[in-house]
Write a protein that binds this ligand. Sequence first.
Ligand code: ADP
Ligand code: ASP
Ligand code: MG
Length: 467
Amino acid sequence: MKFGGTSVADETCISRVVDILDHYHHAGNEIAVVVSAMSGVTDELIAIAGEVIASQGEPPIDPFIQSFRSRHRKVISAVAPNQADDVIAVIDDRLSNLRNILNAVHTLRELTPRSKDYIISFGERLCALIVSAAIRERGIASVALNGCEAGIVTTSQHGCAQALTESEQHIKSRIVPLLIDSMPVIMGFMGCTREGIVTTLGRSGSDYSAAVIGAAIDADEIWIWTDVDGVMTADPRIISDARVLHGVSYLEAMELSYFGAKVLHPRSIEPAMQKDILVRVKNTFNPSHEGSCVFRTEHRDRRVVKGISYIEKVSLINISGAQMIGRPGVAKAIFTALADNNVNVMLISQGSSEANISLIVDDDHLITAMEALSGVQKNGYVRDVFYDRNVIAVAVVGSGMAGTPGISGRIFTALGKTGVNVMMISQGSSEVNVSFVVRSGDGPVALRVLHDEFRLSEEHDDEPYLS
Ligand code: ADP
Ligand code: ASP
Ligand code: MG
């Protein structure tokens, strides 16, 4: 069971989490717990790391450590009063370590991806100590483990590390024995390389930690506890009548999360899918709601479109040149240049005239991508490379779309009638997803129109669900 940042935001939330764990423990379950940092904490750590490196004068390290300390101290005193002194001593020790690192970053004026990962893992480090103590306070044995101690061995891509296959054995041998008579609490979001260097798994990466651990211990189910009732037809912050989906296939969940449905980290599905483990998404604040099940299903809903998601902070790059027509190797040159510079291409579309290739990349990769493409331009056959940052990518997702004619027609007719201009279209050959790009300002309208077109807020009795 993984609990996200809002689920462990303060003492009331953590007590609620322990109620839930207590309930399922007494119902006879063995539970490995994964926690995120308390909500907002990772953002604060990222911000202080940035301030420390940028600040000319004395950076606000001490006030930061103090406010951090008092937030965590208040929570531990409330949820585990009998152990508060001991846990506070450990927290203080961790915080003096954090203070030293921040001071070193300031002195050297050097924040490497490696030191940044170490700094931003502190939210999970402190939160797991607190949750574990709160569980012990209820009379259930518990230890807190960091990602390394739990056995998550990763690649060395700081900021977006991936678990290596050898993690499975390590996790199994470390976690399974603990489950027999205790409830281990594992710090999400972090792991370490084979050399023991701390890495992080990408923003929202605790979902991925939970999936890697759940798969390694052959869990019956992986539960993601969050602040909404499940995976919904669209982001409920934009579409107020978005509805909870009872059953979602692994592929649908992957597509929705890859295209920005924050409720699940995109990489959290694969470990579960490999072992065929059901992922359940549930609401900590409404635990009696059945939530959503993500699982392998061949079932094709009559409802062809299941959900719509969108990614902001992306850029559209348009590459054109009459000499690109019929010339083999143009696409290869473009994508090799981008790959060699670690630019991840999220969407691709090529016109049949071949005089034009459009791509979507993350805003953070735009400058690198443009530099890489200016190298390709020197070959002569690519004439123009333009970019546009003012766009969002939208994905319409549903496994029933495969082989159902007319879906693209409905999507683009509905958008056209509302006057939304579509700048680029891409459809994966799996047909689980039709994606397109519109101006940022048109995003909310596009979502609204398609949510209505496919009547996604209406209950549907044909959805698969495993109870
Ligand atoms: P946690 O802190 O529990 O990891 P997140 O904030 O990462 O939670 O993810 C949950 C949030 O994801 C929800 O509050 C919701 O606003 C957002 N969200 C975006 N798209 C969807 C969707 N399709 N279904 C459910 N939630 C979504
Ligand atoms: N705390 C990390 C983040 O905010 C990881 C997570 O919440 O899953 O991104
Ligand atoms: Mg999350």
